[in-house]
Ligand binder design. Structure first.
Ligand SMILES: Cc1cc2nc3c(=O)[nH]c(=O)nc-3n(C[C@H](O)[C@H](O)[C@H](O)COP(=O)(O)OP(=O)(O)OC[C@H]3O[C@@H](n4cnc5c(N)ncnc54)[C@H](O)[C@@H]3O)c2cc1C
Length: 311
């Protein structure tokens, strides 16, 4: 028996802020898109207990509740969300093919918004204390720790930028780095070295995160002397990189050195009619608002493309 092919104008892969905003715009533009929600409907932000930087919520909003509202908005507009995982794509032919856990689709245009996942240390307590002092984003959570001592783990550009940013409101910021030199750019290194609120702890690895209901201290191990010590802090920002969810597309789409999909200003990829939006193509900002904005732009461009589509 041959598998039924579902023919669509626009398929949106991913149901986080970028995909759901693309769905709002695509549905209102009359494209009747189908949204393949994947393993985490609502996206990464659903795990965050408090989002204070998304406009329109003066008292902050729980990440799960925010995404439920976006899902509701897509539903109210008649958007078709299906809880399927994309397993394979074929972008070598038109219409483009997408194979999911629920079936086979053909689409004139595709918006990819599969996000990125922060690289984790893999500690048990990292998971348990996420949102309770463990964070992967200083821009998102730094302001919760005004006047307190915190730590950043990492030695690249992001880690040093986050440490500098945190000194705007934290009383002290430790940078924990497993080597005896940074790989961040020289200018950022100079900035952290000259910042009196920053103390660098070299050659050290985070062995554990301690605390009952909140982060209270870190257990560090010096990898040269094997000496262990406890460092009391209220929060730890883990900045050891992000992994964009682009494995499915790497055969067809141009990726940068970090594995992010390369797009132009119009969110087009190297294949016409295939767009990318949100964390999957953005190594710089990685915010709900920027992802939503990218989703809107990609859907507007996809709509223009479909209006002129010749097949
Ligand atoms: C703990 C935490 C706290 C944060 N706090 C803030 C904050 O306070 N403010 C802020 O602005 N940002 C915050 N962020 C960052 C924010 O969550 C991201 O920037 C944003 O969610 C990115 O949106 P996105 O739609 O691009 O991707 P994501 O949210 O990552 O969504 C990706 C979507 O793709 C789907 N998907 C993945 N693979 C497949 C597949 N194979 N098939 C189909 N679907 C797939 C997933 O199911 C998911 O729905 C935080 C992030 C974390 C982890």
């Amino acid at each position: 028996m041959t598998e039924e092919i579902k023919k669509e104008k626009l398929v949106i892969i991913g149901g986080g802020p970028a995909g759901l905003t693309a769905a709002i715009y695509g549905t209102r533009a009359g494209l009747d898109p189908i949204i393949l929600m994947g393993p985490e409907p609502g996206g990464q932000i659903t795990t965050s207990p408090e989002v204070e930087n998304y406009p329109g919520f003066p008292d902050g909003v729980n990440g799960f509740d925010l995404m439920q509202k976006m899902i509701q908005q897509v539903e109210n507009l008649g958007g078709r969300m299906v809880y399927e995982l994309v397993e394979e794509v074929d972008f070598s032919r038109k219409p483009y093919r997408i194979k999911s856990s629920g079936g086979l689709y053909e689409a004139d245009a595709v918006i990819i918004s599969t996000g990125a996942s922060p690289r984790k240390l893999g500690l048990e307590n990292e998971k348990r204390l996420l949102g309770k002092g463990v964070s992967y984003c200083a821009t998102c959570d730094g302001a919760f720790f005004k006047g307190q001592e915190v730590a950043v783990v990492g030695g690249g550009d992001t880690a040093l930028e986050e440490a500098n940013y945190l000194t705007n409101f934290c009383s002290k910021v430790y940078i924990i780095h497993r080597r005896d030199e940074f790989r961040a750019t020289r200018i950022l290194q100079e900035r952290v070295m000259n910042n009196p609120k920053i103390e660098i702890i070299w050659d050290s690895e985070l062995e554990d995160i301690l605390g009952e209901d909140r982060v209270e201290a870190l257990l560090l191990r010096n990898n040269k002397t094997e000496e262990r010590k406890e460092l009391p802090v209220s929060a730890v920002f883990i900045a050891i990189g992000h992994i964009p969810n682009t494995g499915l597309f790497k055969e067809y789409l141009e990726l940068d050195a970090g594995g992010y999909i390369v797009t132009d200003k119009k969110h087009s990829t190297n294949i016409e009619g295939i767009y990318a939006a949100g964390d999957v193509q953005d190594p710089l900002y990685r915010q709900v608002i920027t992802s939503a904005g990218a989703g809107a732009a990609a859907a507007i461009e996809a709509s223009r493309y479909i209006d002129n589509y010749q097949g």
